[in-house]
Design a binder for this molecule. Sequence first.
Ligand code: ZN
Length: 353
Amino acid sequence: MRGRRPLADHHLVVDPHRPEAGPGDEARARAQRPAESGRQRDGRGVPLEVPEPSPDLLGRSGDEHVEPEGGHGTTVGLSVTVPTMERMSTPALGAHVEQTDPIAEAQARKASLVQFFLGDPQGYKGPEVRFEGGAQALRSAAQEAGVDLYVHAPYIINVATLNNRIRIPSRKLLQQHLDAATEIGAKGLIVHGGHVGADDDPEKGFDNWRKAIASLTIGDTPVLIENTAGGDNAMARHLDRIARVWEAISATQDAERVGFCLDTCHAWAGGIELGDVVDQVRAITGRIDLVHANDSRDAAGSGADRHANLGSGQLPADELADVVRAAGAPVVVETPGGAQEHVADLDWLREHL
Ligand SMILES: [Zn+2]
């Protein structure tokens, strides 16, 4: 069962420059060009996390209204104060973007965080920073722009597998990506839970997770393990398995530097009840560090990893919003399309949270 990988093919659409573009990628790759699409609704067309007061409240025409630079304006003019509670309850929002200039991608989406790959998400070749000027330049640019960076590790990483020829390079690749993520000042490195073969003992997979974490040198950037949608012998599809992974990891010295990334599409398609998933996960891991807010093209329990734009898939809107709200963590949408579609998804979140 070595060749069997329940991989997230939604992710294949987000990096149009990767060599192995699959079917259906082209249209999305076209939509990915942020420079055109993201600017179309620049300025007042893109609601920020802080709602703009209406011109009536300001007592003057909307045209003279100041641009809420960076989305942090609490007051506009002298008399209008944006409700503080509302601002506080909206988590930081962002998207998975193309890696060449994540800062520009964030700005095109009016997002305060972005997630991206470092290099080829499907290859064993180590990470690369494609941002002009390299890792330090990206780190400074992100700081200057006030954009938090998250790195998604390659899909091929499977530290749980019993297959040495996959597990050993997976560990190496994980360390390399962690080092690179730390170098750019990323807030987290997201890695999938992986799986063992259909006939393998999952206990060995849990123990391989323990060994992987024990052998890892974790700096400032935590490792965030993400739940996955498919596979019968996945490590992080069902809650009982996630609990076993966590038990195993807890035995390591660096356990506190390992966190959790909850993907709503994966939970739904994987067969986890969304109603109490946040409580259940917190009971196991004690934390949720990041939410991947994605709708699902497919039915609950289908095991299919196909992300949809928010409101256009099969997840009940209120349940999706409830999970994101309850998690209280930064949010990344990994949905089809480019800046324009992501802006719509982030707006959807602002409306529903
Ligand atoms: Zn995800």
